[in-house]
Every structure is written in C-alpha cells, then in structure tokens.
Design a protein around this ligand. Structure first.
Ligand code: G3H
Ligand code: 13P
Ligand code: ZN
Length: 284
C-alpha cells in the first residue's frame, strides 16, 4: 500500500471513538517493528520521524525505509514529521514523500504560530498532505517545573478555538499535563480542559508524551476526543533494555543481529500493547 495522509485516518478514529498510534521511527529495526505490530493488530498506523531522527538516519534513508515497509504492508501507513520547527525542513520532508507534517510553532507568539502554520497549509492543501499544529507547551519530564508553572503552559481553550478558526489546521496537539520522556511520578491529566478544547475546536486532538501515561488515563483521553497518541520513550525503553539484557547475558556476543533482533521483538510487543489500548486494532 502506498503511504496515506493522516487526515482520513484521524477523522475515522474521531467518528468511531478510538485513536491511531503514532510511533517514532529511529532506525530500521523500529520501522520494521511498527509495521509488524500494526499488521498483527490489523491497525492503521502513523510512522513519525523527528528532526533528530532525520539528522541521525538521513532524510532519504528514513523516507526510503518507511516507503518500502508501507508498500509491502497490508495496513494503511502514514509518514509524519514529528515536531517540525523549521519551515525549510517541512518543505524538504514534503518533497521527500512525507504524507503528514507537524508544524510545531508552540514556542512562537500566537500570531506568529498562526502565520507560519498558514504558510505550511498553503503548500500542503493542494497536494493533500496533512498538518498537525501545537498550542501550549508540552515540556520534557526533565524540566523541573512547579505544578502551577506547568499549568501556565497548558493549552488555553479559547486560544485553541481562535487558532483553529484562523488556520483550519487538520489536527491539534495540546498540553494538558503530559511531557516527553520518562515520568518521575504519575502524570495528572487535565481532562476538563481537554473536554472544553474538544467542544470548541471539533477537530482530532493529538496527545504527545504518552509513554508512561496509565492506560486508563489514555483511554479516558481518547473518549474525550484524542485521536492520535504519540509514543516514543516506551519503544526506546523496550528496545534498549532488551539489548542490554542480551549483552549482560553474553558479553562475548559480537553479532549485532543477535542483539537487535530480540530488541526488535521487544519493540513489537510494546507497540501491539499500545495499539490495543488505543482501540485501533481491527480498524485497518
Ligand atoms: O517528541 C519527541 C520525540 O520523542 C522525539 O525525540 O527529538 O529525541 O527524536 P527526539
Ligand atoms: P514520549 O517519548 O513521551 O512517548 O513522547 C512521544 C512524542 O510525543 C513524540 O512527539
Ligand atoms: Zn511530541
């Protein structure tokens, strides 16, 4: 199957009350793990590459690997730029074959975020590439921020309504208490805020920093309008912990395939688990 845009996947998820998993792809084994897990669960899937992943693997390699995997897949696969903060990078990804873009202008003043998001939409609309924007600031768990300061970074519902009205963006990433990376305690999500935002914007909502969020909280967020759930850290943990176990079990092992193969299997297992929590199994 050729790569598909994200819009249709999310609109169906929105209508039917589930979420599509968006998994970060950093190397060949993880690309393969994401596809294998999605096929086993018969789920549509979003493969996403961050600017860091593109820098690490090279744009042509990332696009090439995902295209090859998608062409052979029996489920719909989209290729999405995760947290694109640079307009030129966005253009390069579109030229390379990405079917979806996140333009993350969350660090910019509101009007500037709107202006650049609209510039991106001018390019993507005629060619059917999907666009996700971000409003509010989704921090990292490493940022030692006081709760009240963290809440000040949360997405303002009225601002979200205004942003969507001024851009017509297809999906919106919001800050409601999740953070990127490994959590120190249990994340507390602001569900009331999510509900308010969803009522005002009516487009698919994206949850970032979803690794480590308890399954029940993820399910509740999905029931309130989250249609795309981003997972990276949980894959990294599964992959690296398995490699570490293998190395510790046999420090003389020098065949990378004997370490990377089991790591890939561990990634498949966690991605399948997530897909089941998101309710997208059987929706391909
Ligand atoms: O949202 C952040 C993702 O986990 C990507 O992280 O920039 O280290 O690739 P990265
Ligand atoms: P985690 O690494 O916390 O799962 O976040 C992933 C993410 O939001 C990618 O955009
Ligand atoms: Zn993110």
């Amino acid at each position: 199957m050729a790569l598909v845009p994200v819009t249709e996947l999310l609109q169906r998820a929105d209508r039917e009350g589930y979420a599509v998993g968006a998994f970060n792809a950093n190397n060949m084994e993880i690309v393969q793990a994401i596809i294998t897990a999605a096929e086993k669960e018969q789920a549509p899937v979003i493969m996403q590459a961050s600017q860091g992943a593109i820098k690490y693997a090279g744009l042509e390699f990332i696009t090439g690997m995902v295209k090859i995997a998608a062409d052979a897949a029996r489920v719909p696969v989209a290729l999405h730029l995760d947290h694109g903060t640079d307009f030129d990078q966005v253009v390069k990804c579109i030229r390379s074959g990405f079917t979806s873009i996140m333009y993350d202008g969350s660090k910019l003043p509101l009007e500037e975020n709107i202006a650049v998001t609209n510039k991106v939409l001018e390019i993507t609309r005629p060619i059917g590439v999907s666009v996700e924007a971000e409003l509010g600031k989704i921090g990292g768990t490493e940022d030692d921020i006081h709760v009240s300061d963290r809440e000040a970074m949360f997405t303002d519902p009225e601002e979200a309504r205004y942003f969507v009205e001024k851009t017509g963006v297809e999906s919106l990433a919001i800050a409601i208490g999740t953070a990127h990376g490994q959590y120190k305690g249990e994340p507390q999500l602001d569900f009331a805020r999510l509900e308010k935002i969803k009522k005002l914007v009516r487009i698919p909502i994206v949850l970032h920093g979803s690794s480590g969020v308890p399954d029940e909280a993820v399910r509740r967020a999905i029931s309130l309008g989250v249609c795309k759930v981003n997972i990276d850290t949980n894959i990294r943990e599964a992959f690296v912990w398995e490699m570490r176990r293998r190395i510790e079990a046999d420090p003389t092992e020098i065949d990378p395939r004997k370490l990377l193969g089991p790591a890939r299997d561990a990634a498949i297992a966690i991605i399948r688990e997530k897909i089941r929590v998101f309710g997208s199994c059987g929706k391909a």
